[in-house]
Write a protein that binds this ligand. Structure first.
Ligand SMILES: Nc1ncnc2c1ncn2[C@@H]1O[C@H](COP(=O)(O)OP(=O)(O)O)[C@@H](O)[C@H]1O
Ligand SMILES: [Mg+2]
Length: 260
C-alpha cells in the first residue's frame, strides 16, 4: 500500500477523460500509475509526457501487429528466431537477415523458395511475412490450392474490381506450395493474370518443390505461358535454393531414438 501514500492529491479524472476523448485510451489507462511513479521518483515533467505517449504508441503498435498477423492468414509459430540455421546450412543466415530488412518488399520484388519437402520453405516464408508486418507492410498468406478457387470465382471480374482483391493489392503475397498439383489451363491463365497484375506493383513469395525447369508441366504444359510467368517472376527476383534434410524427418528420427 506504499503506492497510496505516493498518490498525488490532484484529481486525475478530468485529465483521464480528456485523454479518452482524444482516443488515447492506453495513455488514459496508464495515467494513474505513471503519475504515481513520477511523484515517487521525482521524474522530470517532460519525461512523464514522453512515458505517457510511449505507452500509447507501444500498445497501438502491439495491437496493429496482432491484428495484421490475424488478418494475414500466416501460420502461427514460424519466426526467424526459432529457425535452426545450423540444421540447414544451405540457408545462409546473412542472406535471410538481409531479406528480413524487407527492402525487396519495398521494391516489389519476388522471392522464390525452392526445395524438397520438410526443409523449412513454409517456415521461412512465414517468418519473412512476420518481418514484413513488423515493417508495416500488408501481408496475405495462401496455399495455392486455397487461392485458386477464389481466383476462379473472380475470373470474370473487371480489372477495377479485381484490383480491390486482397491477393492483388496487398503489399506482400505469400503463395505456399506452388507446383504440388499441376494446374488446369484456366488455373494457369488465372495464375498468369495474378503475376502480371502484381508485377512491379507488389511483392510475392512463392514456395515450391519444383525446379524452374518443371514449371511448364505445373502450368498445364503451356511452355509459352510458363515463360511469360517466369519472365515476370524472375525479373529482379531472389531465389533461395534449399538443399538438405527434412526437419520433419529429423523430429521423427529423434522421437524414434528416444522410444527405441
Ligand atoms: N531449420 C529449421 N529450424 C526449425 N524448425 C524447422 C526448420 N526447418 C523446418 N522446421 C520445421 O519443420 C516443419 C516442416 O517445415 P516446413 O517449413 O513446413 O517445410 P517445407 O515447407 O519445406 O515442406 C515445420 O514445423 C517447421 O517449423
Ligand atoms: Mg511447406
Amino acid at each position: 500500500m506504499s503506492r497510496k501514500t505516493a498518490t498525488p492529491t490532484v484529481d486525475l479524472d478530468a485529465t483521464r477523460q480528456r485523454l479518452e476523448r482524444l482516443g488515447l485510451v492506453h495513455a488514459a489507462e496508464q495515467l494513474d500509475p505513471l503519475i504515481s511513479d513520477a511523484v515517487k521518483q521525482n521524474t522530470a515533467p517532460h519525461q512523464v509526457v514522453d512515458q505517457l505517449l510511449d505507452a500509447e504508441l507501444e500498445r497501438r503498435e502491439e495491437r496493429r501487429l496482432q491484428t495484421s498477423l490475424r488478418l494475414s492468414g500466416l501460420p502461427n509459430g514460424h519466426t526467424l528466431g526459432n529457425f535452426d540455421f545450423a540444421f540447414q546450412p544451405s540457408v545462409e543466415r546473412a542472406r535471410i537477415e538481409t531479406l528480413a530488412t524487407c527492402q525487396w518488399v519495398r521494391e516489389n520484388r519476388t522471392l522464390l523458395i525452392q526445395g524438397p519437402p520438410g526443409v523449412g520453405k513454409t517456415h521461412l516464408a512465414a517468418a519473412l511475412g512476420v518481418k514484413a508486418i513488423e515493417h508495416g507492410f500488408g501481408v496475405v498468406f495462401y496455399r495455392l490450392d486455397e487461392l485458386l478457387p477464389a481466383m476462379r470465382r473472380d475470373a470474370e471480374l473487371p480489372p477495377a474490381q479485381l484490383r480491390r482483391k486482397k491477393y492483388i493489392n496487398t503489399g506482400l503475397l505469400i503463395l505456399d506450395e506452388v507446383g504440388f498439383e499441376p494446374m488446369t489451363r484456366q488455373e494457369a491463365s488465372l495464375f498468369f493474370r495474378l503475376v502480371s497484375h502484381r508485377y512491379q506493383k507488389g511483392a510475392i513469395i512463392i514456395t515450391t518443390n519444383k525446379g524452374v525447369e518443371a514449371w511448364p508441366e505445373i502450368l498445364a504444359g503451356d511452355e509459352i505461358l510458363a515463360t511469360a510467368i517466369l519472365d515476370r517472376l524472375l525479373h529482379h527476383s531472389h531465389v533461395l535454393n534449399i538443399k538438405g534434410r527434412s526437419y520433419r524427418l529429423r523430429e521423427l528420427e529423434s522421437n524414434l531414438a528416444a522410444t527405441g
